[in-house]
Design a protein around this ligand. Structure first.
Ligand code: ADP
Ligand code: TYD
Length: 210
């Protein structure tokens, strides 16, 4: 069922449980990558990244729905994103820095909600058979700390309101993915200071710009 994958040189994704720190570092990472590499950097997100994708995002984050519908909408938004934004950017030689991608579907719809992984793999093989990130930065944080951060800062969407055991499953799934693909993942301790995480990101940028 799994189509062969190739690793695209300039595709970077950010992943982690909600509240782990992705948004805190995304813009800085993209700017630094642009300066160091001398290439255009496109910053985008999933679900979203296109007008249609953002409309689908508003639905999946706020409307109650069946699990299969949820997964299909994630992939529908992804397909449009690949056609309109990610594909053209990679084709012109830009870096793409994307806040979440298919690993999030494996972690949230798969491990979090219990969707069989074979179904997600089938959708992956259909929607992007030949595209995987070159680098995935996994912000790892204990769900109880992530929850405290979210409680302090924002109104929660349908995912962020999930119980702690949901996020324990999501976190475990992410760590398993990182274990399975150590060459693609860099796992960052999200409980470290913002400065410390930035230092590691800086070294990572240096290594991918070589
Ligand atoms: P995400 O994008 O992963 O959901 P955010 O970057 O929005 O997470 O961070 C969630 C909250 O935690 C924000 O209020 C942010 O300022 C805070 N935060 C992020 N990183 C750290 C950190 N390393 N230490 C303490 N607080 C942090
Ligand atoms: P995100 O943009 O990280 O939200 P925020 O910036 O508010 O933290 O992600 C939105 C939510 O969508 C997040 O809870 C994870 C979820 N999600 C999935 O469940 N499956 C997916 O395939 C993707 C891309 C996101």
């Amino acid at each position: 069922m799994n189509a062969p994958r190739f690793v695209t040189p300039r595709f970077v994704t950010f992943e982690g449980v909600d509240g782990a720190g992705k948004s805190t570092h995304l813009e800085w990472f993209a700017q630094t990558l642009g300066t160091r590499s001398g290439h255009e950097v496109v910053v985008t997100r999933e679900p979203g990244g296109t007008p249609l994708g953002e409309a689908l995002r508003a639905l999946v984050l706020h409307r109650p729905m069946d699990l299969e519908t949820e997964a299909l909408l994630m992939f529908a938004a992804r397909r449009q994103h690949l056609v309109d934004v990610i594909g053209p950017a990679l084709a012109r030689g830009a870096w793409v820095v994307c806040d979440r991608f298919t690993d999030a579907t494996v972690a949230y719809q798969g491990a979090g909600r219990g969707m069989p992984i074979a179904r997600i793999e089938a959708l992956r093989a259909w929607v992007h058979p030949a595209l995987e990130p070159r680098l995935t930065l996994l912000f790892d944080l204990a769900p109880e700390i992530a929850r405290q951060r979210l409680d302090a800062t924002r109104d929660k969407d349908r995912f962020e309101r999930e119980a702690q055991d949901f996020f324990v499953r999501v976190r475990t799934a992410y760590l398993r993915l990182a274990d399975e693909e150590p060459a693609r993942f860099v796992v960052l301790d999200g409980s470290g200071s913002i400065d410390h995480i930035r230092e590691i990101l800086e070294k990572t940028i240096t290594s991918i710009c070589l």
